[in-house]
Design a binder for this molecule. Structure first.
Ligand SMILES: [Zn+2]
Length: 139
C-alpha cells in the first residue's frame, strides 16, 4: 500500500499538476482539463508546493473529481463502498497515505523547497518543453 501511495503521488498527483504541460499533467491526457481550475488557483511553485496544504489540496481536489464523476454516472455506491473499505483497514489506508505524502515531500526537496523554512537550491526540474509559462520562485 505504501508503494501504491508513492506511485499514485509521483505519477498522477504530483505538485507539478500546477503547471500546464508538465509530465504529471500530460499523464492525465484529455482529463488534464479537469485540473485546469486547480492550476488557475495555484500558480506554479506557489502554495501547491508546500508540505501540508499542497498534498492535502490535491487529494481533496481529486476526491471532488471522483465524487462529481460518481454523481454523474450514478456510481455513488461504489465510492461509498471504497470509503468504507478504507475506513475498515486503517493500517492499509495509513500506509497508502504515508507513501503519498513521502513522494510529495521528496518532490519538494528535489525542487529545493526544504521544510521548516530551511533554504535550499532554487533549480526547477519541471518539464518546460510544452509550456511558456514563467516560473515564479518563492521567497
Ligand atoms: Zn515541482
Amino acid at each position: 500500500m505504501y508503494l501504491g501511495g508513492c506511485t499514485a503521488s509521483f505519477l498522477f498527483l504530483s505538485p507539478d499538476l500546477d503547471l500546464e504541460g508538465s509530465r504529471p499533467t500530460r499523464r492525465w491526457g484529455l482529463l488534464s482539463l479537469l485540473w485546469a481550475p486547480y492550476r488557475l488557483l495555484h500558480p506554479h511553485r506557489g502554495i501547491s508546493h508546500t508540505y501540508l496544504y499542497g498534498p492535502v489540496s490535491r487529494l481533496a481536489y481529486a476526491a471532488l473529481l471522483v465524487l462529481a464523476l460518481a454523481r454523474l454516472t450514478g456510481g455513488e455506491e461504489a465510492v461509498l463502498s471504497l470509503v468504507q473499505r478504507a475506513l475498515a483497514f486503517p493500517v492499509h489506508t495509513g500506509a497508502f497515505l504515508l507513501g503519498y505524502f513521502a513522494a510529495q515531500w521528496v518532490h519538494l526537496i528535489q525542487d529545493g523547497i526544504l521544510p521548516f523554512g530551511l533554504s535550499g537550491r532554487r533549480s526547477c526540474r519541471c518539464s518546460k518543453r510544452r509550456t511558456r509559462r514563467k516560473h515564479s520562485w518563492k521567497g
